[in-house]
Design a protein around this ligand. Structure first.
Ligand code: ADP
Length: 278
């Protein structure tokens, strides 16, 4: 009974991370360090259970082969996109899961509209795809660094809403997470990267330029999330100062998305009853 109560409490806490359409998200009012009332070990244990459940649901999604899931992961540097993806997806069947990462557009990508490269790597039926960065970069870094004029990036909120609506109408459930790290925690993680020879490769001098634009990025995130968190393609603001709770929370969001889809194993062929394999 206690377990069921804990489960309900956790689900409610996770649902509170969702940004309701029409709400006016202010990131500074959202926690970066919520522990969801769990110790680190409890969060790890919960994620392990959640992964097993995701594994079952993913196999059903694949067997059903009608619908798909797109999980978008966005964050400031060092909030832990890579670690989240690794920890939430580890041990799942690679045949049904794919990760697509987006860097600054180059070559043919730069010669097309910004959604061209994105649409090509969206999930096929039965697949779960995770975007490590995404089309949102085109209203985030592109805005903050003034790569295009304001009227151009502003129009994109509408494109993105329509694009995600199209995906939803055609069978892809879109869910988006922003890993919300504090500026102090980012500093700590940058320093750790610099000081640890095993981690230094992750650090780019440009990371400090982006850090100097922290408040501009936070405003760009607030606007992007407010403009594009819809009932069918919601954003969740996930506290990211603690790796274990962050991973646990993203696991819960993916699991809840799959539970709502409730994928069904197809009916077996008729006439298989009593068939003996000799
Ligand atoms: P990551 O930080 O995701 O681990 P990188 O260090 O290679 O990987 O950074 C990728 C970079 O590509 C980021 O600085 C990001 O802002 C940039 N980027 C991604 N998409 C776009 C885009 N559409 N326009 C400009 N820059 C982009």
């Amino acid at each position: 009974m206690a377990d069921q109560d804990d489960d309900r409490t956790l689900r409610t806490a996770i649902e509170r991370l969702r940004v309701k359409p029409g709400s006016d998200l202010v990131l500074s009012k959202r926690a970066t360090d919520d522990d969801f009332g769990m110790t680190k070990d409890e969060a790890l244990e919960r994620l392990a259970e959640t992964r097993s459940r995701i594994d079952v649901l993913q196999q059903r999604l694949y067997a059903e082969s009608r619908r798909s899931v797109l999980l978008v992961v966005q964050a400031m540097d060092a909030a832990g996109k890579d670690g989240t993806i690794r920890n939430v997806l580890t041990g799942l069947n690679p045949a049904g899961i794919r990760v697509a990462s987006f860097k600054a557009p180059a070559g043919p990508e730069a010669q097309h509209d910004y959604l061209w490269r994105v649409h090509q790597v969206c999930p096929s039926r039965g697949e779960i795809v995770v975007f490590n960065r995404s089309h949102y970069e085109d209203v985030l870094v592109v805005r903050v660094k003034s790569f295009v004029p304001e009227d151009v990036w502003r129009r994109r909120y509408g494109h993105i809403r329509h694009f995600e609506e199209l995906l939803g109408d055609e069978g892809t459930t879109v869910v988006k997470v922003f890993l919300h790290v504090s500026k102090d925690e980012q500093a700590r993680r940058f320093q750790e990267r610099l000081d640890d020879p095993e981690k230094r490769w992750k650090f780019r001098a440009g990371d400090l330029d982006d850090r100097a634009l922290w408040s501009e990025f936070q405003s760009a995130y607030e606007d992007a999330i407010n403009e594009t968190s819809t009932a069918d393609a919601p954003w969740y603001v996930v506290p990211a100062d603690s790796n274990s709770r962050r991973n646990m929370a993203v696991g819960e969001i993916l699991r809840a998305t799959l539970e709502r889809l409730d994928p069904q194993i197809p009916e077996p062929e008729a006439g298989l009853d009593g068939v003996k394999v000799v």
